[in-house]
Design a protein around this ligand. Structure first.
Ligand code: ATP
Ligand code: FE
Length: 337
């Protein structure tokens, strides 16, 4: 079974071809236009998707070395995301499915981040049900209990900002371009994580909060810059390492609570922030320290990609769960929908 996956929920245009659950190609076109604005500009994102979608799909097919006539189905991101961005992928997927007369499959982007763990890859082991997934991305921070491919329950989530936003906003305070998460990770490698202390939020057992941390970082930096205008410049690595350490601590504390409350020791991470090296290391160490079985996605399946959309489409294809041609994009969609 060959499935074409299409992802256009935010600022990356991506297309992937899979053969059953094996990835044959996974092309991602990043949109550079947003970096100078310090965040994604929706109108510019949809225009860029419009320009990228055809070449990206063609490249995915040619890299997979198949023709579009060999496809069994088209899977696309229905939501959640930016409406203008989603519409580009949705309309394109519909037209192609109509033209080829093959099934169309709608995919929930947040389920796909989690189900990326079921991509066939010799190097990574697959979780068995039930498992706990810490979904950490640009728009979400959730602890999800996954009882089956499409049976998910949110045990706790953020009451304000997502962890990806915490990374990006902290980076912005430090004068780094968008998205700053990967840059904080990069500078943190060379810094001392204990150099500066930031307070962890006090919220419910499985809840998260990152807006206070962001404000704390802002005030701390403003104060230090008044004393020494070169503070950021001279301490960038240490500041990044300390921020990253605090965030990793918060996430690990919550996972420990989730294990205690559910008794489930199979722990996965998913979403763009699961690309973070400190978080990946911490989770892997938890195998030795706490006896958990942990699942860290391959780096290229952490941030937005169409391979995760295609594999989720494949799992639905096996059940013949197809979308009607009248299906519409949904800006708001929960992982449980
Ligand atoms: P959502 O999936 O919630 O709709 P999204 O699709 O915009 O949001 P993703 O693409 O899953 O988000 O993740 C993007 C986020 O991941 C950004 O906030 C980015 O800064 C962050 N990120 C990516 N790599 C790293 C890293 N190495 N360290 C920290 N954060 C990272
Ligand atoms: Fe995402």
């Amino acid at each position: 079974v060959y499935i074409l996956g299409i992802e256009s929920s935010c600022d990356d245009t991506s297309a992937a071809v899979i053969c059953d659950a094996k990835v044959l190609s996974n092309v991602v076109a990043n949109q550079e236009v947003h970096s100078k604005y310090g965040g994604v500009v929706p109108e510019l994102a949809s225009r860029a998707h419009q320009q990228n979608i055809v070449p990206v799909v063609q490249q995915a097919l040619s890299q997979a070395n198949i023709t579009k006539e060999q496809l069994s189905a088209i899977a696309f991101t229905k939501g959640p995301g930016l409406m203008g961005s989603l519409l580009v992928g949705t309309s394109f997927a519909k037209s192609l499915a109509l033209g080829l007369q093959i099934p169309l499959i709608d995919v929930n982007h947040m389920q796909a981040h989690i189900l990326a763990h079921f991509i066939d890859d010799e190097k990574s082991k697959k979780p068995t049900f039930p498992f706990i997934c810490l979904t950490i991305s640009g728009g979400h921070t959730q602890i999800v209990k996954v009882s089956d491919y499409f049976k998910m329950e949110i045990l706790g989530e953020t009451i304000d900002d997502a962890v990806g936003e915490a990374f990006d906003k902290s980076a912005k305070i430090l004068g780094l371009p968008y998205p700053g998460g990967p840059l904080i990770d990069k500078y943190a490698q060379l810094g001392n994580e204990k150099a500066f202390q930031f307070t962890k939020p006090k919220v419910g057992d499985l809840e998260f909060s990152f807006s206070g941390l962001k404000t704390g970082i802002l005030y701390f930096i403003q104060k230090q810059q008044r004393i020494n205008p070169k503070f950021i410049e001279e301490n960038l690595n240490d500041i990044c390492a300390s921020i990253q350490y605090t965030i990793a601590e918060i996430l690990m504390d919550k996972l420990k609570k989730a294990v205690k409350l559910t008794g489930i020791k199979q722990i996965a991470i998913a979403g763009g922030v699961s690309a973070n090296s400190e978080i990946r290391n911490r989770l892997q160490l938890a195998e030795k320290h706490f006896g958990w079985t942990t699942f860290v996605p391959k780096f290229e399946y952490t941030t937005d990609n169409a391979a995760m959309i295609a594999v989720t489409g494949y799992l639905k294809y096996l059940d013949h769960t197809y979308a009607a041609i009248s299906v519409s994009a949904k800006a708001r969609l929960k992982v449980t929908d």
